[in-house]
Design a protein around this ligand. Structure first.
Ligand SMILES: [Fe+2]
Length: 232
């Protein structure tokens, strides 16, 4: 029986199985992940006590909360730059077209269809009304007719509707379609900037690292058109 040592454990874990015969891509990712995780443990001399703190942290990340009904795993990958890096890798051969951006954790499939010119949500007393018009074109500037444009953003207070019970369903979420000129337009409010909730696992780590938790105000888009790559 072979004995696993400090020098052999990484290869032992990677090669325990069919070495990618049944799923080469999964094995490629798995082998690299194990290699880098083990290297990280060695580099920081991770103690068993610290590992346990890490396990509890990951468990907390997966718990749903009012602010993140699907848990905070997506948020944490955003805060670690992992989401952005994946987008940059995927978008690296993009020349001259609008660059991709992270989807964020609060895209919800099944957005309600809205008509050009519609008001997207409830205007609060302190909100600043905003009119938005966009033209969707292909890489050569030719307008794309009938492109699907999903739009979502927080209200003027900085809350997406799923984060507060008092907000109406689909507040400032909507799906539009470009007209014969490739245009979409809608009425909405200037979204509030918002902080990542510091009550959760992600917020507490940001605080301990001395990182601020605010995001500049922004509007999310996801655009799909026939025969074209989707754009977020
Ligand atoms: Fe956002």
């Amino acid at each position: 029986m072979s004995t696993v040592t400090l020098d052999t454990i990484t290869d032992a874990v990677i090669n325990h199985g069919d070495k990618g015969e049944s799923n080469p891509r999964l094995h490629e990712i798995y082998a690299s992940l194990v290699k880098h995780l083990h290297a990280f443990q060695r580099e920081v001399n991770l103690t068993t006590e610290e590992l346990e703190i890490g396990r509890q942290f990951l468990t907390r990340l997966a718990q749903p909360s009012q602010d993140f009904p699907m848990g905070e795993i997506h948020l944490m990958t955003d805060c670690l730059g992992i989401s952005e890096l994946s987008v940059l890798i995927e978008d690296k051969d993009n020349h001259g077209t609008t660059e991709m951006n992270v989807e964020g954790p609060l895209y919800i499939p099944g957005l309600p269809e809205r008509q050009n010119g519609d008001l997207m949500g409830e205007i609060g007393p302190d909100d600043k009304p905003m009119f938005v018009r966009h033209k969707v074109t292909d890489a050569n500037g030719k307008p794309l007719v009938g492109a699907i444009v999903d739009v979502w953003h927080p209200n003027g207070e900085g809350f997406y509707y799923v984060q507060r019970d008092y907000l109406p369903e689909w507040n400032f979420y909507g799906r539009f379609r470009t007209d014969a000129n490739g245009d979409v337009w809608f009425r909405t409010v200037v979204p509030g900037d918002y902080s990542v909730p510091t009550s959760g696992a992600t917020g507490s780590v940001l605080e301990m690292l001395g990182r601020h938790s605010y995001r500049a105000c922004h509007v999310h888009y996801m655009i799909q058109a026939a025969d074209h790559e989707p754009l977020t």
